[in-house]
Design a protein around this ligand. Structure first.
Ligand code: ADP
Length: 678
């Protein structure tokens, strides 16, 4: 046994673990953490710079987008002169060098008088309808008047006259109490002349719509009235012709007076009209003060080369950007862009262009924090907020870098050194854990076996000593009467002391073997002779037990070099085990077999046998199989350890064949023909 103090082995293990695993682990971990932190800080700085550059690029792209937009819209609208522009274009306004203003395209509900293209003074009361009016108003001859108007409507090629005649006819149907006919005619007018003006100022679509609603109201056609109401409000919301605020207000109020019952669609159309109305009023104010806005403190050159100035409008009614452009030829162009609509339609394109590899998450928020538009690849925290420049509404651009996953970051960081450090740390820890588990397990098992060994050996020593002492006392006090009994006592004492001496030999040998101190005296020996000599003494020892030990050997047994005492100890231990574990069997066979270059000495019993699992362990120090321990068979668990070691020291080897319940055969294989000492 090692002379280690109890617990010192455990301390050593802990010391090894701390120095070999924990310390390098801590150092590596610290290095990796520092490296990762530095790397992270660096990447964050880089990321902030990248986002800053991107935000600037984004704002510049909006600026140049505006310039392009203005160019396109001005050219297109001028060329086509159809006032239908982009949905985000709220108004496009031109004032030539002579000072005359023109609204090229707009999204106004109604127009200020100075920007109307239609002259309200035109086509007032065409003269050749006067006859009809006389019949209708002065003489009240309605059927005649109706005939007159219908005739005019059919025959005239003048649209204004035709419209007048049709309206007058519908009016007369009403007066003649024929609402169905009146309604049909108004519906025709609404369908065919929606974008026309009556007398150059009254929108025909609306007037027809209003008359239809009046008839619906009078005749109580509620469902029809609801459909016509929606149509009417849509016409107010998307006017097909120009008219002024007075006209709008008139139709708006008249509608409210006629239609009292609404539904959700009508309500939402109303709400939309109210918003657009507020917007229109605000836009009209802007259009009339175009120069003033361009010179406000928030104005900025969007394009200094062309002299385009942009100014933000950020009010409850409108979030827009006004662009104004004074051309060399004295023309002044003004444009109001709905910022939200523009960004919603353009931002995605802009972002895709600026960030083609989708490495950035983008959000645009208005001044109340509402999300206007976003392009988020993976939801990240840590958005950086960049306010829009002064010439835009006070919105915010939120950018965050779309970071790769943790592993990808590790792979990227510092050419994989941190990844390596991480793997090493994890490996160290795992190895350490396994090592500690293994050592603790071994330690625990050894400790258990050692304490079992001590109690076994004490018991082994105590029981023969007790019986020797008892018998000696009996003899000493002459309490044994017959000579025969005395002789039995002497031989029992001899047997017990033989056994004690073998046990002590075993313990001493085990200690020597464990500390590599065992010395051998190799001489030529005749194994057959030695075995027979052993058999003689053992038979003597066990003659009372009824065991039959059979011996067989070849005719010629080669001489081997061996230590006779050590071989006798091997034989004793094997036969002693065979006796102990024979169970009810009383038969033991010892066979000496001569093989190629070796002699086999096999001890075979027919006892309890050893399970396959235990066969692997029986040669380990202190190991005893469960069964003999439970059944109280004496032993210390070092016999086979000594046998194995002695055989190996003789350059031989041990084999074991056993089956539980059938018995075991231990064979010692010793080499022959060795001239030199093993
Ligand atoms: P012990 O002092 O217990 O005999 P050994 O080292 O000689 O110690 O043997 C270890 C264990 O191997 C024994 O406790 C027993 O369980 C088992 N063993 C050894 N020889 C035999 C055998 N011939 N038959 C069955 N079991 C055996």
């Amino acid at each position: 046994m090692k002379p280690d103090k109890p617990g010192s082995r455990r301390k050593k293990i802990i010391l090894y673990y701390v120095t070999a695993i924990v310390l390098p682990g801590i150092i590596l971990g610290y290095m990796a953490c520092r490296g990762i932190r530095n790397d992270q800080a660096l990447r964050e700085k880089e990321s902030r710079r990248k986002l800053e550059i991107n935000s600037q690029a984004f704002f510049t792209a909006i600026d140049s987008g505006f310039v392009r937009f203005m160019n396109e819209q001005t050219t297109d609208s001028m060329l086509s002169a159809s006032g239908k522009g982009d949905p985000s274009l709220l108004a496009l306004f031109v004032r030539d060098s002579s000072g005359s203003k023109r609204l090229i395209t707009h999204q106004l509900l109604y127009l200020p008088a100075d920007l109307m293209t239609v002259d309200p003074g035109q086509s007032r009361q065409p003269a050749n309808l006067k006859e009809g009016q006389r019949l209708e108003f002065a003489e009240h001859r309605f059927p005649d008047a109706l005939r007159f108007y219908q005739d005019k409507a059919l025959k005239t090629a003048d649209t204004a006259m035709k419209i007048q005649a049709l309206v007058a006819s519908a009016r007369l149907y009403n007066k003649m109490n024929q609402p169905d006919r009146a309604k049909a005619l108004y519906e025709e007018i609404r369908r065919d002349y929606q974008g026309s003006l009556l007398n150059g100022e009254i929108p025909l679509g609306l007037i027809a719509g209003l008359e239809i609603l009046k008839i619906n109201h009078a005749t109580g056609e509620k469902d029809e009235m609801r459909i016509n109401s929606r149509q009417y409000l849509e016409l107010l919301l998307y006017p097909p012709c120009e008219y002024d605020k007075n006209q709008f207000d008139l139709f708006y109020q008249s509608f409210k007076e006629i239609v009292r019952e609404t539904d959700t669609v009508i309500d939402s159309l109303f709400a939309e009209i109210d918003t657009q109305k507020a917007r229109t009023d605000y836009l009209i104010r802007i259009l009339s003060e175009q120069d003033l806005i361009a010179n406000s403190s928030n104005s900025r050159f969007t394009d200094s080369k062309n002299g385009i100035i942009s100014t933000p409008v950020n009010t409850a009614e409108l979030t827009a950007v006004c662009l104004s452009w004074d051309k060399d030829n004295g023309t002044h162009t003004g444009m109001v862009i709905d910022f939200q609509a523009y960004l919603i339609s353009e931002s995605e394109k802009l972002i895709r262009k600026l960030d083609p590899d989708s490495s950035i998450n983008v959000k645009i928020e208005d001044n109340n924090g509402n999300l206007i538009s976003s392009r988020v690849i993976a939801e990240e925290t840590g958005y950086l907020s960049f306010p829009f420049p002064e010439n835009f509404p006070k919105w915010k651009l939120l950018l965050s870098e779309n970071r790769p996953g943790f592993l990808a970051t590790l792979m990227k960081a510092g050419s994989g050194i941190y990844l390596l450090a991480f793997i090493l740390i994890v490996l160290f820890m795992l190895l350490g854990f396994v090592f500690i588990l293994y050592t603790l397990n071994v330690e625990l098992r050894l400790n258990k076996l050692k304490s079992e060994f001590i109690s076994n050996v004490s018991h082994e020593l105590k029981s023969p000593l007790t019986s020797i002492r008892m018998m000696t006392e009996m003899l000493h006090h002459n309490r044994v009467e017959t000579e025969e009994r005395k002789s039995a006592y002497y031989s029992a004492m001899l047997e017990e002391s033989e056994h004690l001496s073998h046990l002590i030999d075993n313990i001493l040998d085990f200690s020597r073997i464990d500390e590599d101190r065992k010395k051998y005296e190799f001489i030529d020996i005749d194994l057959d002779k030695l075995t027979r000599q052993f058999l003689k003494s053992i038979r003597e020892m066990i003659k009372e037990t009824g065991f039959d030990i059979r011996y067989s050997c070849p005719d010629k047994v080669p001489v081997i070099k061996a230590d006779s005492n050590a071989i006798l100890q091997v034989l004793y231990n094997l036969v002693d085990n065979a006796i102990k574990f024979s169970g009810k069997s009383r038969q033991i066979d010892i066979n000496l077999v001569s093989g190629d270059n070796e002699l086999q000495l096999c001890v075979k019993d027919y006892g309890i046998g050893i399970s396959a699992k235990d066969q692997e362990k029986v040669f380990e120090r202190f190991y005893r199989c469960g069964e003999p321990q439970r059944s109280g068979i004496r032993g210390s668990g070092i016999g086979l350890t000594i046998v194995k070691r002695i055989v190996e020291d003789h350059k031989g080897h041990l084999t074991l064949e056993s089956k539980p319940g059938e018995g075991s055969t231990f064979c010692v294989h010793l080499p022959v023909n060795k001239n030199s000492e093993p």
